[in-house]
Design a protein around this ligand. Structure first.
Ligand code: NDP
Length: 295
C-alpha cells in the first residue's frame, strides 16, 4: 500500500484565502483592519525567518502587521512593558511573542502578561484551561492545523484510536485535548513510555511531535493509519549539506499508512494559516462580532 500524501500546503493556501476573503466584511463592520503584532527578542536566524514569514502572510491576508524587534540583551521588564503596550493598543487583535526567548527570560512569565483575548498562539494558561474544560478558546496553531487536516481526510473522528507522541504544552497536550473533544480514544506517549512501537501501532491516527528525526518507522504503524508528522528537524546528509525531515521515517511509513503528511509541506504551512485565522477570530470576538462561517 502507498499512502495518500496529505497536501498541507494546498490546504493552508485555501485557509489563508478563506481568511483573506473574510477580512473586507470585518473592515466594513468596524472601520479598521485586524492587526497582528509579532515580537522577536534577539536575532536567532530561524526565528527571524519565521517572523518575516508571519509579517508577510499577515499583509497578504489584508491585515495590519506590527513587527517589534528587541535586542538580545533586553531585560524581561522591557519585553513585558512592550506586551502591555500591545495589550492596550486597539489596533492590535493578536500578540505573538516568538519563542524560545533568550535564556535570561522566563517564557511562562512573559506569556502570562499577554491579554488572553489577544493570545493568538493559545499559550496563555487561561486559554489552555478553557481548552481543557471544553470552553471556547484561542487554540495553539499547530495542533489546530493538524486537526483540520485530519478532519479533512477522515471526516468524523469519533471512536478512533489516536496516539499523540509528545506532551509539550505547545503541541502534544493541546493536540490530545482537541482529539478528545472529537471523541477519539486518546493515548499520549512521551520519552518514558514503554514499548513505544506497540503503543503507536494502536493508532488509527498517529500524531508525531517529539523532535526526534525519523523516530517513527513504518513497522510501528497500524496498516492504513493516518499519520500527521509535526516534526521539523534538520539533518546532515553529507558534503556539508542538510535536509529537513520529520519525526516520522517517511519512506517506510508511506508503505504502511493510509495517509501521511510530508515534511516540508504538511503541518508547517498550516501553522501560519491558523495564526491568521486565530487573529481574525480574536478580532471578531473583541468587537462582539460572530466569527465568519466555517472558520
Ligand atoms: P518538545 O521538545 O517541547 O517536546 C517533545 C516531546 O517529545 C516531549 O514530550 C518528550 O517527552 C517527547 N519525546 C522526546 N523524545 C522522545 C522519544 N524518543 N520517544 C518518545 N517521546 C519522546 O517539542 P515540541 O512539542 O515543541 O515540538 C515537537 C516537534 O514539532 C519538533 O520537531 C518541532 O520542531 C516541531 N514543531 C513544528 C511546528 C510546526 O509548525 N510544524 C510547530 C511546533 C513544533 P518528555 O515530555 O518525556 O520529555
Amino acid at each position: 500500500m502507498t499512502a495518500e500524501i496529505i497536501d498541507g500546503k494546498a490546504f493552508a493556501d485555501a485557509l489563508r484565502a478563506q481568511v483573506a476573503g473574510a477580512v473586507p466584511a470585518f473592515v466594513d463592520a468596524t472601520g479598521r483592519k485586524p492587526g497582528l503584532a509579532v515580537v522577536l527578542v534577539g536575532d536567532d536566524p530561524a526565528s527571524s525567518v519565521y517572523v518575516r514569514f508571519k509579517g508577510k502572510a499577515t499583509l497578504e491576508a489584508g491585515m495590519e502587521s506590527f513587527e517589534h524587534r528587541l535586542p538580545e540583551v533586553s531585560g524581561q521588564a522591557e519585553l513585558v512593558a512592550l506586551v502591555e503596550q500591545l495589550n492596550a493598543d486597539d489596533r492590535v487583535d493578536g500578540i505573538l511573542v516568538q519563542l524560545p526567548l533568550p535564556g535570561h527570560m522566563d517564557d511562562k512569565a512573559v506569556i502570562a502578561t499577554i491579554d488572553p483575548a489577544k493570545d493568538v498562539d493559545g499559550f496563555h494558561v487561561a486559554n489552555a484551561g478553557r481548552l481543557a474544560v471544553g470552553e471556547k478558546s484561542l487554540v495553539p496553531c499547530t495542533p489546530f492545523g493538524a486537526l483540520a487536516l485530519l478532519k479533512h481526510r477522515l471526516g468524523d473522528l469519533s471512536g478512533l484510536e489516536a496516539v499523540v507522541l509528545g506532551r509539550s504544552n505547545i503541541v502534544g497536550k493541546p493536540m490530545a485535548q482537541l482529539l478528545l473533544q472529537q471523541n477519539c480514544t486518546v493515548t499520549i506517549a512521551h520519552s518514558r513510555t514503554r514499548n513505544l512501537p506497540d503503543v503507536v501501532r494502536r493508532g488509527d491516527i498517529v500524531i508525531a511531535a517529539v523532535g526526534q528525526p525519523q523516530l517513527v518507522r513504518g513497522d510501528w504503524l497500524k496498516p492504513g493509519a493516518t499519520v500527521i508528522d509535526v516534526g521539523i528537524n534538520r539533518i546532515q546528509i553529507g558534503d556539508g549539506k542538510t535536509r529537513l525531515v520529520g519525526d516520522v521515517d517517511f519512506d517506510s511509513a508511506k508503505e504502511v499508512a493510509g495517509a501521511i503528511t510530508p515534511v516540508p509541506g504538511g503541518v508547517g504551512p498550516m501553522t501560519i494559516a491558523v495564526l491568521l485565522r486565530n487573529t481574525l477570530v480574536a478580532a471578531h470576538a473583541r468587537h462582539d462580532l460572530r466569527a465568519p462561517e466555517g472558520l
